[in-house]
Design a binder for this molecule. Structure first.
Ligand code: GTP
Ligand code: MG
Ligand code: NA
Length: 458
C-alpha cells in the first residue's frame, strides 16, 4: 500500500548541529529509546542510523493531521556528532541525505558547528529544516507532552511567548547574517526560499509531530524524482565494526536499490579492494539505532533506503566512508569495481604522518579513528601519528609502538580511543616502557598525553 503507487524509497534525513543541542535526544524522543544517556560523556562519537516506518510517523502525527498522505515507506534518519573533531562524520552524513534537520538550541542560538553544518548543507544544496530545540527551557514553560507546537504555544503564558518571540527573532537575524531567510514553519508561506523553523522539545515532545510531518510532506512534495526507487545500487559504508558472533561487519546506508544475501560485493580496503559475498543482511528493529548493540533482524533482501549491518568474510580492513559496489551476475568482471573502490582510499591513508615519528593511534571503528586522527592534527593538539589500528590493543601493537623508544622516546605511546587493552599487552608495555593511554572521550587522550609530556620535561 504505502509507497507503492509511485514506488518511492524512504527519504534519508541527516540530523546535524552544534554539540549538545539535542540531536540524539530528539531521536530518542521519537524512538522512545534512551541512546543518549548511554553515550560516554553524553556526546555522540559515531554516526548512526534509525528507520522510522510510516505507520509510526502516522501515529506520531495524527493529532496534527489525521488524514496526512504518506507516500513514502518510511524515513531513514542519520544521527551525527556535533563535537568539533567529527567534521568527517558530519560531512559523511550530509553527503548521504536528501534532507537535513539542523538543530539549534533556543537558549544558545547559532554556534560554531551550527555554522559549519550550514556550510556543508549549502555546499551540497541540501534542503533542511531547523529544529529550534529545548523550548521547554523557556522560563515558566508549561509541558504539553508530544503536542503539536501551535497548540502547545497557546497554552503558554504571555511571558513565555514573549521570551520565545524575542529569542526566535534573534535567531532569525543570526541566520540572515549567514545569508539565509528563515521563518517559523507555521508562518512560512514560501518554503523553498525561506527555511522553516520548528520549535521542539526533545524532553517533553512538543513540536515533534510538526517536525516529522513537515519532513515527510516536504520530501514527497519536492523530491519525487530523487526518491523514485531504482534498481541501481547506491550504498555507502558508514562504519567497520567487530560484532560478537558475526566477526567484522560493516554498517552501511543503502541509499537506493536492493541488496540480497549472497550478493557479491566490492568494498574499499586498507591494502586492496575487498571482493566478498554477503553472508548475512542484518538490521536493528524499526525505531532502533543501528550503532547501538542489540538484537538484529535477518533479511533475505532489503530495499532502500535502510541502515544495514553486513556480515561477510574479509571485511577487517574495509574503509568507512567509501562506496559499496554489487557485482551483478553476468557482469564482465569485477575489475572496474575494484578500480572504483580504490579511488578514494588515499584520503584516509594520507592523514598518517609519513615522517615515521609519532604515536600510535587506536580506535574502535574506522570512523572514530578518522576523527581521532583529525583531532590529533588540529593545531592546538598537534600530535604526530606514525601508526594506526582498529580494535583492541594487543602485544604486537605494543611491540610496534616500542620501535619509537630508540627514536623519540615520548612517542613510544599508544593513544587508545574507546578500545580495550589486552592484559598481556599492558604487561609488555610496562616492561618495555611504552605508554598506553585509554579514554572513551577523544579529548581526554590529549589531556593525558599532555600531562605525560609535561612530566617528561620536568
Ligand atoms: P552531540 O551528539 O554530542 O553533539 O549532542 P546532541 O546534539 O546529540 O545532544 P544530546 O542529545 O546529547 O543532548 C545534550 C543535552 O541536552 C542532554 O543533557 C539532554 O538531556 C539535553 N537536552 C536535549 N534536548 C533537550 C530539550 O529539548 N530540552 C531540555 N531541557 N534538554 C534537552
Ligand atoms: Mg548526539
Ligand atoms: Na551530547
Amino acid at each position: 500500500k504505502v509507497g507503492k503507487e509511485e514506488n518511492l524509497r524512504s527519504p534519508i534525513c541527516c540530523i546535524m548541529g552544534h554539540v549538545d543541542t539535542g540531536k540524539t535526544k530528539l531521536l530518542d524522543c521519537i524512538r522512545g529509546t534512551n541512546v543518549q544517556e548511554g553515550e560516554a560523556g553524553g556526546i555522540t562519537q559515531q554516526i548512526g542510523a534509525t528507520y522510522f516506518p510510516s505507520e509510526n510517523i502516522r501515529e506520531r502525527t495524527k493529532e496534527l493531521k489525521a488524514d496526512a498522505k504518506l507516500k513514502v515507506p518510511g524515513l531513514l534518519v542519520i544521527d551525527t556528532p556535533g563535537h568539533e573533531s567529527f567534521t568527517n562524520l558530519r560531512s559523511r552524513g550530509s553527503g548521504l541525505c536528501d534532507i537535513a534537520i539542523l538543530v539549534v538550541d533556543i537558549m544558545h542560538g547559532l554556534e560554531p558547528q551550527t555554522i559549519e553544518s550550514l556550510n556543508l548543507l549549502k555546499m551540497r544544496n541540501t534542503e533542511f529544516i531547523v529544529a529550534l530545540n529545548k523550548v521547554d527551557r523557556l522560563y515558566g514553560w508549561k509541558t504539553c507532552r508530544d503536542s503539536p507546537i501551535v497548540k502547545a504555544m497557546k497554552q503558554q503564558s504571555k511571558d513565555v511567548r514573549d521570551e520565545f518571540n524575542t529569542r526566535l527573532a534573534r535567531i532569525i537575524t543570526q541566520f540572515k547574517e549567514q545569508g539565509l531567510n528563515t521563518e517559523s514553519y507555521y508562518k512560512n508561506k514560501a518554503m523553498g526560499e525561506t527555511y522553516s523553523i520548528v520549535p521542539t522539545s526533545a524532553i517533553s515532545g512538543e513540536g515533534i509531530p510538526d517536525l516529522l510531518l513537515l519532513l515527510v510532506q516536504w520530501t514527497q512534495k519536492t523530491m519525487v524524482g530523487k526518491l523514485r526507487y531504482s534498481d541501481e545500487v547506491q550504498c555507502t559504508v558508514l562504519e567497520v565494526k567487530v560484532v560478537e558472533g558475526h566477526g567484522t561487519t560493516i554498517d552501511v546506508v543503502l541509499v537506493n536499490g536492493v541488496l540480497h544475501e549472497g550478493d557479491q560485493i566490492v568494498v574499499c580496503g586498507m591494502q586492496r579492494a575487498i571482493v566478498t559475498t554477503i553472508r548475512a543482511l542484518l538490521t536493528p528493529h524499526p525505531m532502533k539505532e543501528l550503532r547501538v548493540k542489540g538484537t538484529y533482524l535477518h533479511h533475505k533482501e532489503i530495499k532502500a533506503a535502510m541502515g544495514i549491518k553486513i556480515s561477510a568474510q574479509g571485511l577487517e580492513n574495509a574503509i568507512a566512508g567509501t562506496m559499496l559496489y554489487v557485482v551483478k551476475p553476468g557482469d564482465v568482471g569485477v575489475e572496474d569495481y575494484i578500480k572504483a573502490a580504490e579511488e578514494d582510499k588515499n584520503s584516509v591513508m594520507g592523514r598518517i604522518d609519513k615522517s615515521g615519528e609519532g604515536v600510535c593511534a587506536h580506535a574502535s571503528t574506522l570512523g572514530s579513528l578518522e576523527a581521532l586522527l583529525e583531532f590529533l592534527k588540529t593545531p592546538k593538539v598537534n600530535i604526530p601519528v606514525s601508526g594506526i589500528n582498529i580494535g583492541p590493543v594487543h602485544k604486537k601493537d605494543v611491540m610496534k609502538a616500542g620501535v619509537m623508544l630508540e627514536k623519540k622516546h615520548e612517542y613510544a605511546t599508544i593513544l587508545a580511543f574507546d578500545v580495550k587493552v589486552d592484559p598481556e599487552a599492558r604487561e609488555l608495555a610496562d616492561e618495555l616502557g611504552v605508554k598506553v593511554f585509554t579514554a572513551d572521550i577523544i579529548y581526554h587522550l590529549f589531556d593525558q598525553f599532555n600531562g605525560y609530556m609535561d612530566s617528561i620535561k620536568e
